[in-house]
Design a protein around this ligand. Sequence first.
Ligand SMILES: Nc1ncnc2c1ncn2[C@@H]1O[C@H](COP(=O)(O)OP(=O)(O)O)[C@@H](O)[C@H]1O
Ligand SMILES: [Mg+2]
Length: 582
Amino acid sequence: MRTLLRLWPYVRPVRARLFSAAFIAVLASCIGLVIPLVLKWMVDGPIADRDPAGVWLGALYLLLLGLAEALLFGFRRWLVARPLSHVEAEMRAGLYRHLQRLPIAFHDRWASGQLLSRATGDLALLRMFFAFPLTFLLVNGVTILVGVIIMLVQDWALGLVILVPAAPVLITCVVFEKRYSLAARQAQDQVGDLTTVVEESVLGIRIIKGFGRHRSQARAFRELSGKLRGTELHKARLLATILGIIVTLPEFAIGAALVLGAVQVADGTLSAGTLVAFLSTTLALRWPVDSIGFLLAMSQEAATATERYFEVMDAEPESGTTASAGRRDARREGGLRFENVTFRYPDAPQDSPPVLNRIDLHIRPGESLALVGATGSGKTTLTALVPRLHEVTEGRITLDGRDITEMSREELRSRVAVAFEEPTLFSATVGENVLMGGGTGEEDLERALAVAQADFAHALPQGTATQVGEQGLSLSGGQRQRLALARAVVGRPDFLVLDDPLSALDVHTEAAVEAALRRVLADTTALIVAHRPSTVLLADRVALLSGGRITAVGTHHELLRGNAEYAHLMSGDPAEELEEQR
Ligand SMILES: Nc1ncnc2c1ncn2[C@@H]1O[C@H](COP(=O)(O)OP(=O)(O)O)[C@@H](O)[C@H]1O
Ligand SMILES: [Mg+2]
């Protein structure tokens, strides 16, 4: 209940329709309960008096009542269908918006399939819940109450007989609720796991085929889906048990009441009409009672779906600007500056050594600095701190003297452009992918493509209007890298952060990109992660990252002469590099 109440803000806008729909359903259901009373009138009146005209009249009443009931139920459906799909769409949009704002640390922790299944399956469950169990638990409750009152008024002794199973049925419902809730949660989580496997195997299809892993992948999938099947069967068994009890016990009571009533009619203490009315009321209540089992089950699933929905929605989005009370330099030094920056991944144990340890680094305005270090030394991590994909654990980073936590994210990200090792392209045209980095039109696009030596784009079937697939799979690695580079430079950013942007290029293309980049770098402050001497030479200075610290800063030639580790990294000796990674 408490979980489901959290849905209220989403339902609020459509509450008027939802309440009217529930009211109409209650009305329709109660009309159904009038039918037994008409029957009683027919049996005790026209039928007993052998009056055919009266019987026809009664039949007409019954027909009209049935018609009214059907029309009202139809009206209810019409009332709720549109607003409920609106609620579902709103919740889904809210989830998507929230996912975009959650920090990278959240996405590092969560499997994509879990997020996908919440955005699709769980929300569909919730819409069904609003449409059906939410209304009908109320409607059926009221119907049962009214029906029981009618029966007690007809004959209180028979009414009490019918009520005997109420207690055991209630107890069963409570016990069942708890167990079913656990099973429902398990099943929904397993759907999430299954979605993750499907998603990964679709994205990683090349690796799976390349290594002949399709059988083991299929086996893993079968195992997971087998588990899910087990959970679903467990749910079905629970549901079968409760349905068995909910359906059988009242049936016994009805049988007992029938015998008792028949005896009373034979004794002449009860009119035949009353017995008919009584029994048809119990029959009219059968569906409301029987359905409680699966209505409760659906509500339970909706509650776990809500829980799963809010697990994501409750995660803290990226914090905004923190009005920092920290010291502010009077000098307002320009460029990009790391001051005493320490960083530890949020999930890492507190006592583990930080990935970055008290880093001090100053890149002057217009300067470009190459960052060199062994694999796993924290270069990517360092670059991710500048656009605040991760927050520094200690220390601060300033752009032209302003702490980046004092800027709005929009401002920060419009001033800093990034290109990462893994050049992700979206399913959009080449032009759209590049212009995602800023820039306004054809001219900027052309310039950026020229800098990144991505002229191949013009040779594509529809030029820059060519759609590139999910992850740009239809392009080669080097082509994707060049488009990602174009995206980084298209908006003429003040600060450029490039994480090894040329690694997939052949020597000639690299040289051409470097020549063009040199012009861009001339008036940009840049931090470039580099592995090859040719890339390092693009930069004015080099910093060496080792053991979480900046151990040396200088020109390429200075470091080559004065620093053994640097010389060793730049020598490109594969055997030694392997040892370095250790
Ligand atoms: N998302 C993450 N969560 C926890 N640790 C991470 C994460 N990403 C990288 N690391 C760890 O941080 C260290 C530095 O990684 P990275 O910055 O990618 O190195 P580099 O780019 O220099 O090769 C590695 O030991 C890596 O295992
Ligand atoms: Mg890296």
